[in-house]
Ligand binder design. Structure first.
Ligand SMILES: Cc1cc2nc3c(=O)[nH]c(=O)nc-3n(C[C@H](O)[C@H](O)[C@H](O)COP(=O)(O)O)c2cc1C
Length: 421
């Protein structure tokens, strides 16, 4: 009894000592976001932070969202068979991608129109990812320009491009990215047309957002988001040519949808390769023979991706096809993976199946929705911390070791998930 009383007194005294500084600390939004325990919690907070149409634009997938669900289901089914009695007191999480060292094998993936989510947009995302010691990939569909992001986030970054119909415009973007020291080009090849996102259709989502009773009510219910939205006006694509701007009768979305070129084919990749001087990454591959052809065309890296289930709803999960793509690459190109990475242990699983690194997209946007740059930084930190712990608990001392530790061998799910590997 006396022991218990002493324990309580000790705890109360400690709490009282901490009280003045706790009172001094305002309960800021960034303090609140830092309490999100994991990406799923960040997602729930994001849902409350922005109007529904914005949240659904980020969170949604194509059609029935089957591919999106498959991405998670397959990650979750994989088991990690840990090695024991390995000294994991010192961990080396570093990885090299295209010759650059990153602090952990996690890259900030490209997402367009981040300014809709938070006025800080891609500039905030780039800073958050660079603060975590990694590389940010700026989307061609961003709400900040190539030059603005380069000035706001001078650290390492790559530029992502779609092969739009207007090749003069594509060429101009390539040259601008090259001048602004984006060190690699990511060409996304899984969006000949844009997928059908039924949540967006149901919500009447458009760019720039249309003023309707519903969108007005959504804005009123989220005054902080609305204030940023009105004050900073970052709701359209910064790179869209003048014809696409809202000043013409042609809607922005309609114009840009017309830019997605359904006739894009392999010779177009050669066209880009001839014009981009740095490393080339091809994003959106799920078939080994396509990986081999991309490498033949001069790709230095492949991103195995189903676009987070936002394009072909009947696509396989990225993790299930990863081993086949890795085999097809035969070490001639680096292989990364995205789509569904939500936990640090997912990164371990992807590395165990041969990926060099993962990209994350929605987790950064959830964080951005909740608390701007701080929120995105928190998303990176959550996954980074989980990655370190998963590494240690798996008995691996480094990212490089994960690739050779056979952590997935013997798991009942691995063969059925990666069948055909
Ligand atoms: C709102 C949003 C916008 C996106 N915009 C782009 C884009 O402009 N270019 C691109 O290659 N991929 C884009 N993507 C796809 C992501 O880069 C990534 O492939 C996908 O979201 C899967 O990763 P995740 O599961 O971590 O979200 C976008 C994804 C989202 C959610």
């Amino acid at each position: 009894m006396r022991e218990f009383a002493r324990l309580v007194a000790h705890q109360v005294a400690g709490d009282l000592r901490g009280l003045p500084s706790a009172l001094r600390r305002a309960p800021t939004r960034s303090a609140r976001v830092c309490k999100a325990l994991n990406v799923e919690e960040l997602r729930r907070r994001a849902r409350r932070s922005v109007p529904r149409a914005i949240f659904d634009f980020v969170d949604g997938g194509a059609n029935d969202e089957l591919a999106m669900a498959r991405n998670r289901r397959d990650f979750e089914a994989l088991e990690l068979h840990a090695r024991c009695l390995v000294d994991v007191s010192s961990l080396d999480t570093r990885t090299y991608v295209l010759g650059s060292e990153i602090r952990l094998p996690l890259i900030g993936g490209p997402t367009g129109l981040a300014g809709l989510v938070h006025h800080g947009g891609e500039a905030a995302l780039a800073r958050a990812v660079q603060r975590a010691g990694s590389i940010y990939v700026l989307s061609a569909s961003a709400s900040y320009t190539i030059e603005e992001v380069a000035a706001a986030a001078p650290g390492p970054k790559w530029f992502q491009l779609y092969l739009w119909r207007d090749r003069g415009f594509v060429l101009e973007m390539l040259e601008r990215a090259q001048r602004a020291a984006y060190s690699a080009l990511v060409v996304t090849v899984d969006a000949p047309p844009v997928g059908r996102r039924e949540r967006d259709i149901a919500n009447g989502f458009s760019v720039p957002p249309r003023l309707t009773t519903r969108s007005l009510l959504g804005g009123l219910a989220h005054p902080r988001w609305s204030a940023g939205f009105v004050a900073h006006s970052r709701f359209a694509m910064a790179h869209a040519p003048a014809e696409a701007s809202g000043t013409t009768p042609l809607g922005h979305v309609e114009y840009m949808a017309r830019q997605f070129d359904a006739s894009v084919a392999w010779p177009d990749l050669d066209w880009v390769r001839e014009r981009w001087r740095g490393p080339l990454v091809v994003k959106g591959i799920v078939r080994p023979e396509d990986a081999a052809m991309a490498i033949e065309a001069g790709a230095d890296a492949i991103v195995v991706s189903n676009h987070g289930g936002r394009q072909l709803d009947d696509a396989p999960s990225s993790i299930s096809v990863l081993p086949r793509v890795v085999d097809a690459a035969e070490g001639r190109a680096e292989v990364y993976l995205d789509s569904g990475v939500r936990r640090g242990s997912d990164v371990v699983k992807a590395l165990a199946l041969g990926a060099r690194a993962c990209m994350i997209a929605r987790p950064l946007l959830y964080g951005l929705a909740v608390a701007g740059e701080q929120g995105a930084a928190h998303a990176m930190e959550l996954v980074a911390r989980e990655y370190e712990l998963a590494l240690a608990l798996s008995g691996c001392t480094s990212s490089a070791e994960v690739r050779t530790a056979s952590l997935l061998d013997g798991g009942p799910a691995v063969d059925s998930i990666t069948r055909g590997a």
